[in-house]
Design a protein around this ligand. Structure first.
Ligand code: 6PG
Length: 243
């Protein structure tokens, strides 16, 4: 499903409504709502809106993981955890034990990745070889077609058994800790958020292009539902009108 909303405010309202709708359904069906959050700058407005208008949501039955993290401590300006904590976690009554942060302060990114994989396996009580099924995975889109921290031409795209990897990102000369494609593709729902004119060219490439090899964001084809939510500026280069 691809939706284009007129303004960024409409986009984040629609995304918040979808988050809450999915959450209520998951809690009604399974007693809990398990989400992997995205980082970067785009979702901050969603997190702020959830904190402002949905404080009465069932946060005690909501469990939050991170789809990826930069290899920095949690108080670093580039930390996804810091962004989520400031815009969201400090403003809703979610138990700290329901939030699973990546230990990215560890000097050893591979160790941080396997530690986080351990947290996922323990939480989902996964037998060997099985993958977690998130109720919702939030994703962003980089101008180069990356999502989570799966960048074009990075080794992480070839990972098919592990849940979390330390992915070397040549252009940033650093590792990023990221959940892998198999985890993304076992999701009940994967929702991409794209906002602004800077995203229009890549949104067009992802949804209407046939780039070889496919961009990382094109490799996200979940077993469940794939949702693209964007504002009009991000949808501007799409050839057909969207609802
Ligand atoms: C990250 C993200 C990354 C992000 C895109 C888009 O840690 O940076 O998880 O995948 O979603 O880079 O970033 P913006 O939303 O800042 O454009």
């Amino acid at each position: 499903m691809v939706r284009a909303l007129s303004t960024p405010a409409d986009l984040f309202r629609a995304a918040a409504d979808e988050f809450v709708r999915l959450g209520r359904a998951a809690i009604a069906a399974r007693g809990r709502f398990v989400v992997a959050l995205s980082g970067g700058s785009t979702p901050r407005s969603l997190y702020s809106l959830l904190a402002k208008d949905y404080a009465d949501f069932s946060w005690t039955r909501t469990f939050l993981f991170f789809g990826d993290e930069r290899h920095v401590p949690p108080d670093h300006p580039d930390s996804n955890y810091r962004m989520v904590n400031e815009s969201f976690l400090t403003k809703v009554p979610i138990p700290a034990s329901n939030v699973f942060r990546v230990g990215a302060e560890s000097p050893d990114a591979a160790a941080a990745a396997s530690d986080y994989e351990g947290k996922l396996r323990a939480f989902f009580k996964l037998p060997p070889g099985e993958f977690p099924v998130f109720d919702l995975i939030l994703l962003g889109l980089g101008p180069d077609g990356h999502t989570a921290s799966l960048f074009p031409d990075s080794a992480g795209l070839e990972e098919h058994s592990r849940l979390v990897i330390a992915n070397w990102v040549e252009k940033f000369k650093t590792h990023r800790i990221s959940i892998t494609l198999p985890v993304l593709n076992h999701a009940d729902e994967a929702m991409f958020l794209a906002s602004g004119p800077d995203k229009a060219a890549m949104v067009h490439e992802i949804l209407e292009g046939n780039h070889e090899p496919p961009y990382p964001a094109q490799l996200v084809q979940p077993d469940g539902k794939l949702v693209w939510m964007m504002d009009a500026a991000a949808a501007a280069k799409l050839s057909h009108r969207l609802t």
